[in-house]
Design a protein around this ligand. Structure first.
Ligand SMILES: [Zn+2]
Length: 54
């Protein structure tokens, strides 16, 4: 069972990490919201952003 509360020390620069979840037993990279700055991935997203064509 995944912990419900994380701190910045638990997460990487993108405010995420990789571990097993109930939906992904092999582990998956995902983000967490914390109760301290930057709350939710303040430094961008993991990987390369896609492009948008308008
Ligand atoms: Zn997690």
């Amino acid at each position: 069972m995944e912990r419900t509360q994380y701190t910045n020390e638990d997460l990487d620069d993108y405010h995420g990490h990789t571990h097993v979840t109930s939906d992904f037993p092999d582990g998956i990279y995902h983000y967490h919201i914390t109760n301290e700055d930057p709350y939710l991935n303040g430094n961008g997203f993991f990987g390369t952003a896609g492009t948008i064509t308008r």
